[in-house]
Design a protein around this ligand. Structure first.
Ligand SMILES: N[C@@H](CCC(=O)N[C@@H](CS)C(=O)NCC(=O)O)C(=O)O
Length: 209
């Protein structure tokens, strides 16, 4: 049994989406980020980083959205959302998962929490720095999808695509949202039309893409 600590639309969203996509029984526990529930001792005991998501797997707490997606996809090979470790496409899959976790998601952290790198006085500069770097990531990813899509692994849908769709959604209020790149928009649009997204949207109360 899985229990997901989540906040609507946050990094927990892609984990929630995979739980639904894989048809795994799970419970949801809402964490009110505005109220700072993620910094309370009882939550820090589960996730010392004080962020969502946290996933309890058979009662043990685990964090890091990308790692949780990898784990869920690997644990349910029948769904085909991660190439097997001995597959020729495994390295490519891992490359995209780690690229998004190490290079793309941290830029969003800067955008959503611009005071963190250098204090509130520099928040505008941090955002101004992050946005073009996110656009450069969209350039690269869109080019890859144009050349080798429609999914990150070509014709095979994988957990990496759900991760990418969440990141594209996070850019919706930027001057240049990821949906301005046609292949990224197509990928996100196809994933949004899956039945799992309708459930996710209703459960998390997502009123906008
Ligand atoms: N590397 C972490 C980052 C998670 C993260 O930054 N979560 C944000 C929401 S998207 C959060 O919990 N923010 C609240 C806070 O930092 O206080 C992961 O991928 O799980």
């Amino acid at each position: 049994m899985h229990t997901l600590y989540y906040a609507p639309g946050a990094a927990s969203m892609a984990v929630h989406w995979l739980l639904l996509e894989l048809g795994l029984p799970h419970q949801l526990v809402s964490v009110d980020l505005e109220a700072g529930e993620q910094k309370r001792p009882e939550y820090l005991a589960l996730n010392p980083n004080g962020v969502v998501p946290t996933l309890l797997i058979d009662g043990t707490a685990h964090g890091e959205a990308a790692a949780l997606m990898l784990h869920l996809a690997d644990s349910h090979p029948g769904a085909g959302l991660a190439p097997a470790p001995d597959s020729s496409r495994r390295a490519e899959f891992l490359q995209w998962m780690f690229h998004m976790a190490n290079a793309v998601q941290p830029l969003f952290r800067q955008w959503w929490y611009p005071h963190e790198p250098a204090g509130a006085n520099h928040a505008d500069a941090v955002r101004a720095h992050a946005e073009p770097r996110i656009a450069a990531e969209w350039d690269r990813l869109d080019r890859h999808l144009a050349d080798s899509g429609p999914w990150l692994l070509g014709r095979s849908l994988s957990a990496a695509d759900f991760y990418l769709a969440m990141l594209v959604r996070w850019s919706r209020k930027m001057q240049r949202p990821g949906t301005q790149w046609s292949h990224l928009a197509a990928l996100a649009g196809k994933l949004k039309s899956r039945p799992s997204y309708a459930v996710l949207r209703d459960r998390e109360g997502l009123d906008e893409w």
